[in-house]
Design a protein around this ligand. Sequence first.
Ligand SMILES: *[C@@H]1O[C@H](CO)[C@@H](O)[C@H](O)[C@H]1NC(C)=O
Ligand SMILES: *[C@@H]1O[C@H](CO)[C@@H](O)[C@H](O)[C@H]1NC(C)=O
Length: 324
Amino acid sequence: MHNAVVFSILPFCSAAFAAFANPLPCSGVCVNAHDPALIRRDDGTYFRFSTGGKIAIHSAPSIQGPWVYQGAAIPNGSKINKAGKDDLWAPDVTKVGDTYYLYYSVSSFGSQDSAIGVATSKSLDVNSWTDLGASGVASTVGKPYNAIDGNLMNDGGNFYMSFGSFWSGIYQVKMANPPTKVASGSSSSQIAFVPTGAHAQEGAFMYKYGSYYYLFFSVGQCCGFDSSRPAAGAEYKIQVCRSSNLSSSFVDKSEKSCTSGGGTTVLESHDWVYGPGGQGVFNDPSLGPVLYYHYVDTRVGYADGQKQFGINKLAFTSGWPVVV
Ligand SMILES: *[C@@H]1O[C@H](CO)[C@@H](O)[C@H](O)[C@H]1NC(C)=O
Ligand SMILES: *[C@@H]1O[C@H](CO)[C@@H](O)[C@H](O)[C@H]1NC(C)=O
């Protein structure tokens, strides 16, 4: 009787903890897709921007591919004269009016001497980008944040950039219109923070759905899994908080404040998916909201250059995003 109870509970528990859908199939170049940014041009062509290769651009006729490498967005490196100007990270792309704005990070691993740069284009294509250099979002030793991983939110013509990685977490600053610079007189404020451990939280992405602003972010160790893999559960995963005010008061599903370590897990390691993160959300005309991210396919390999492009449909039915 005792054994029967144990055995009937176990399968239920494992199902409850493995309830993540696998990524949708992806064809063409789906590898080396670190920190992806996804956007669709009006002609139906999808563009994916990613870390490395001076912001690599891939395009495809469908969100699932076949993805083809096109070239570098910033082929000569950034105008920002800092270490890392030839190794740009964490792109973010938004269309405002008839112009695409590409934000990228200039830094070096573990350094707080960082800046977010901006480039513009009318078409998204390779050879169409003009690098404007510094956006004004920057950090040096002693600041509470590290100015990388910028993400622009266009709230009805008011622009806000969320950014940050480790240190005191995710910050936000108001941007000017057009959003090439910090708004004059605007100061940065903290919107999310993990007070424990190494404060491993970064890669913020804000998405409005219904009356809420959803703040997605990645927590845990991002990289280097082929040389040092952390304790199970300490690798990258994707969490979310929400607020009706895009500048403050983010909480998770249990109402825990997201400046006190709150965060509801949206996607974490499961099946052959390991360490998903660097995410964004895109409202696809046929699939609806999708979560896109990079992950290790454990059947392929754990190196940073082997990170795969993942996509899952997202349902907001309960008021909280769930991969389906
Ligand atoms: C890169 O530099 C080359 C050589 O100076 C120049 O001809 C080219 O226009 C530059 N490309 C961009 C995108 O700035
Ligand atoms: C949103 O939060 C900010 C920061 O706390 C605050 O200044 C602002 O008044 C809030 N907006 C609304 C509509 O409550």
